[in-house]
Design a protein around this ligand. Structure first.
Ligand SMILES: Nc1ncnc2c1ncn2[C@@H]1O[C@H](COP(=O)(O)OP(=O)(O)OP(=O)(O)O)[C@@H](O)[C@H]1O
Ligand SMILES: [Mg+2]
Length: 422
């Protein structure tokens, strides 16, 4: 009958003991149950089915011929009943209705389950959100503490930096000021040095002029006068009139004094400006000067010179003579030397004069660096040489002695004559 009505998933059994097991396996949507069966009646089967359908819905449609069983069956959990003998159409409608109720029941159950699941999910979500919110609040509180600390730190650092910056600015401006002052001082000192150099040169030139003049005056004036006195005194002694002998003696003594004066004045004149330098040249003048020094000190002088030196201008030769004069005076005064070599030679583009002694040494750099108004010899030599565009070097070696070396630019054609003087 059910097959004919279009139902496809149908199982049936005549054994009431199988029903529960079959339902457990297949979970039928509808069980059409006869109440009167051999061995086990429908009420017992329903009790078994209740244990399987724990949610209380028993999809059972009972079939009974006894009217008293209808109510009992409904009380036992059956959802409907069909009376025997049954009308086919009624049975199908009841089956259809039962199935519909069953499906609705299942749908409600499914929806309920889903609702429960959604609710659990929602609860979980809410609790998670709560946790997140709490964590957020905690973080925010911590953050605001950090922000407060950070702001304090920033304010502290800012004030430190501002102070340091101010200090730095002050030092920079101080440094700048000091630098400006230093520059101004340097500038001033450069001007002063320049002026000093100029003045020194002027003094040296004026000195030279003065020496020339004094020398001429000594020679032309004093020496001539002394000679005249001497001549007169000689005449006087020859007269031999009054108090003859004593007078003669006196006069002779005076004469000797006058002669000595003449020699002395000559020496002065030579020292100031040797006439030989102008009349005969540098080499004879140097030679004569060495001779006068030999007379005063036991020093051996050895002079070697090239002839071209005499082709130098007056100024250059005077400079060389003055440098030699100062260097030789220094040897006599300070070196305690026994031998001195003066060598005038030619090098590339210059004439070189070397004056070397075998005396004691001294610290050249220290002497040159020290400002001592009483020691102007070396300074003067340097200035004189530089005045004519030359250079001066001094080397002093312990156990060997001192060498003064002066170089003067020289470009005149070579004259192949070598002159040695000793
Ligand atoms: N040939 C030398 N041997 C040893 N010492 C020397 C020699 N030449 C110079 N000196 C040292 O160098 C110093 C400086 O010499 P410098 O000629 O400049 O001055 P000074 O001779 O002392 O005085 P002045 O101004 O009268 O020349 C000398 O005092 C001396 O100590
Ligand atoms: Mg000197």
């Amino acid at each position: 009958m059910l097959h004919d009505a279009g139902y496809v998933s149908i199982a049936s059994t005549m054994d009431p003991c199988e029903v529960c097991e079959l339902h457990r396996q297949n979970r039928y949507d509808l069980v059409l149950l006869d109440l009167q069966m051999p061995g086990m009646d429908g009420f017992q089967v329903m009790e078994g089915l209740k244990k399987i359908e724990t949610d209380g819905y028993l999809p059972v449609l009972v079939i009974t011929a006894q009217p008293g069983h209808k109510l009992r069956a409904l009380k036992a959990g059956a959802k409907d009943f069909v009376s025997k003998p049954f009308d086919l159409g009624e049975v199908l409608i009841r089956v259809y209705n039962m199935l519909e109720v069953r499906l609705l029941h299942l749908e409600i159950k499914r929806l309920f389950n889903q609702l429960v699941a959604d609710d659990a999910l929602l609860k979980k979500e809410i609790s998670e959100r709560k946790q997140i919110q709490e964590a957020l609040h905690r973080t925010q509180a911590q953050l605001s503490v950090y922000v407060g600390q950070l702001e304090g730190l920033v304010a502290e650092r800012t004030s430190e930096w501002t102070a340091a910056n101010k200090q730095l600015e002050a030092s920079v401006s101080g440094l700048r000021k000091a630098n400006e002052e230093h520059q101004a001082l340097l500038f001033e000192s450069n001007i002063m040095r320049e002026k000093l150099t100029q003045l020194t040169r002027q003094v040296i030139m004026a000195q030279e002029e003065l020496r020339k003049e004094i020398s001429r005056e000594l020679h032309d004036g004093v020496v001539q006068a002394l000679i005249a006195i001497n001549v007169e005194l000689s005449a006087l002694s020859n007269e031999a009139s009054l108090g003859a002998r004593t007078m003669k003696k006196k006069l002779a003594g005076t004469q000797q004094l006058v002669e000595k004066s003449v020699v002395e004045v000559h020496r002065y004149a030579r020292n100031l400006r040797p006439a030989m330098l102008d009349d005969l040249g540098l080499i004879p003048a140097l030679h004569a000067y060495c001779k006068t020094l030999t007379a005063r000190k036991k020093i051996e002088f050895h002079l070697t010179a090239i002839a071209e030196v005499e082709t130098l201008g007056d100024d250059e030769r005077t400079v060389l003579f003055r440098v030699a004069q100062e260097a030789l005076t220094n040897v006599v005064r300070h070196a305690r030397a026994t031998q001195v070599t003066i060598c005038i030679s030619k090098i590339l583009g210059a004439i070189r004069m070397e004056i070397g002694d075998n005396g004691k040494s001294f610290l050249v750099a220290k002497i040159v660096a020290a400002i001592n108004p009483k020691r102007l010899g070396i300074l003067g030599m340097k200035e004189r040489i530089e005045m004519v565009g030359g250079k001066l070097f001094i080397e002093s070696i312990r156990g060997k002695g001192t060498t003064v070396c002066a170089e003067i630019p020289f470009t005149v054609k070579e004259i192949p004559v070598l002159l040695n003087e000793a």
